[in-house]
Design a protein around this ligand. Structure first.
Ligand SMILES: CC(C)(COP(=O)(O)OP(=O)(O)OC[C@H]1O[C@@H](n2cnc3c(N)ncnc32)[C@H](O)[C@@H]1OP(=O)(O)O)[C@@H](O)C(=O)NCCC(=O)NCCS
Length: 335
């Protein structure tokens, strides 16, 4: 039996900083509203033609691989989580294999939005636990900015999301008291449309329908979010899935050294922090700087926390996410 452990972490965000004041110049919004509701001060947007979901993922991956102290050819498998792929198909996993010049290993794409990284980590963990692979590259990368409604109509969604990528190398760990102790995944498709992007899709509206209708009022190709409903579900599911993970390992909330929640909304993180009685330095938040980067948010936050020396060997690190699907999940890690 093996465990998997994170041996390398990296992230990349575009240089282009977009502040709340910048947004208020192109839509009817303001810094006060955004900060009060979400905690976000600024986010990054790619400069078109300079970065893609894949290129950001590749940049983050290079750092993670170097820090893991392995060669790219030691990577046995790639798992790429995103809701904003470069192409409708193929997914970005194979583009990473190509762009990093990795030999012809398998590349899997995960479509679980804000829970994408926890799902991807869970998949990688199972492959390592089973003994099938030794080193797996797990990437979460998102390019939201090109697909948001940047007018007043879309403001409840577009102010929240940002671009960026994070990556982790998961490697075989022979000591099964260390590394990823367990992961816990859930979904509730009943609420699929409450946080969704419906078109283009083969189910309802394909590109040809959109072109044919040529309707300037069409919102179906912008993300839709029932904000308050998402918020209410998020706080419940976050705490449920953290408790589930702790219980599975006979641990208590007081055993947590660092909680790295998906950066959905600072208010959600603060709610969870209070519920679990955690101190400010036990919950890592960086949504203020990057907004919600969906599948990239946990690996970016984890990397920043690690770089800041907030994670030491032996620490209990808990990852938790909730998002579109609805999907949610947690990972309990002994560093
Ligand atoms: C999105 C969210 C911040 C909206 O906050 P809210 O308090 O629910 O706000 P509402 O949507 O009810 O809108 C309140 C008012 O603000 C307005 N508003 C919406 N977006 C705005 C913006 N960016 N700037 C200024 N005003 C805005 C609305 O039009 C509405 O105006 P009205 O009262 O005149 O109709 C909040 O619901 C939320 O954080 N939900 C969870 C989102 C999340 O975490 N998503 C990711 C999950 S992974």
């Amino acid at each position: 039996m093996y465990n998997s452990k994170i041996t390398g972490l990296g992230y990349y965000v575009p240089d282009n900083v977009v502040s709340n004041d910048d947004l208020s110049k192109i839509m009817d919004t303001n810094d006060e509203w955004i900060q009060e509701r979400t905690g976000i001060k600024e986010r990054r947007h790619v400069v078109p033609e300079q970065d893609t979901t894949t290129s950001m993922g590749v940049k983050a991956a290079k750092v993670a691989i170097e820090r893991a102290g392995i060669d790219k050819d030691d990577i046995d498998f790639i798992v790429f989580a995103t809701l904003s792929p470069d192409y409708y198909f193929p997914g970005p996993g194979v583009l990473v294999q190509r762009d990093l010049g990795i030999k012809t290993v398998g590349a899997l794409d995960v479509r679980n939005q804000c829970s994408g990284f926890v799902y991807a980590l869970s998949v990688a963990d199972q492959y390592i636990k089973s003994g099938m692979y030794k080193n797996i590259l797990v990437i979460g990368s998102e390019l939201h900015s090109r697909g948001l409604d940047m007018t007043t109509r879309g403001r409840a969604v577009s102010v929240i999301f940002g671009d960026g990528a994070g990556a982790a190398v998961l490697s075989r760990e022979e000591d099964t008291t260390k590394g990823v102790l367990s992961t816990h995944l859930h979904s509730e498709g009943q609420h699929a449309e409450e946080l969704s992007l419906i078109a283009p899709g083969m189910g309802k509206r394909w590109v040809t329908d959109i072109l044919e209708e040529n309707d300037p009022q069409d919102e179906s190709y912008y993300p839709h979010m029932n904000g308050q409903f998402v918020f209410k579900n998020a706080v419940v599911r976050f705490s449920e899935v953290i408790l589930e993970g702790l219980k599975a390992n006979n641990l208590q909330p007081t055993d947590i050294d660092l909680l790295v929640p998906h950066q959905a909304n600072l208010r959600i993180s603060q709610f969870i922090q209070k519920q679990f009685g955690l101190a400010d330095d036990q919950v890592f938040n960086n949504i203020m700087k990057y907004g919600n980067t969906t599948a990239a948010s946990i690996p970016i936050a984890l990397t920043e926390a690690w770089e800041a020396g907030k994670i030491k060997s032996g620490d209990l690190v808990v990852l938790a996410a909730f998002g579109s699907g609805f999907t949610w999940g947690s990972a309990i890690i002994k560093w």
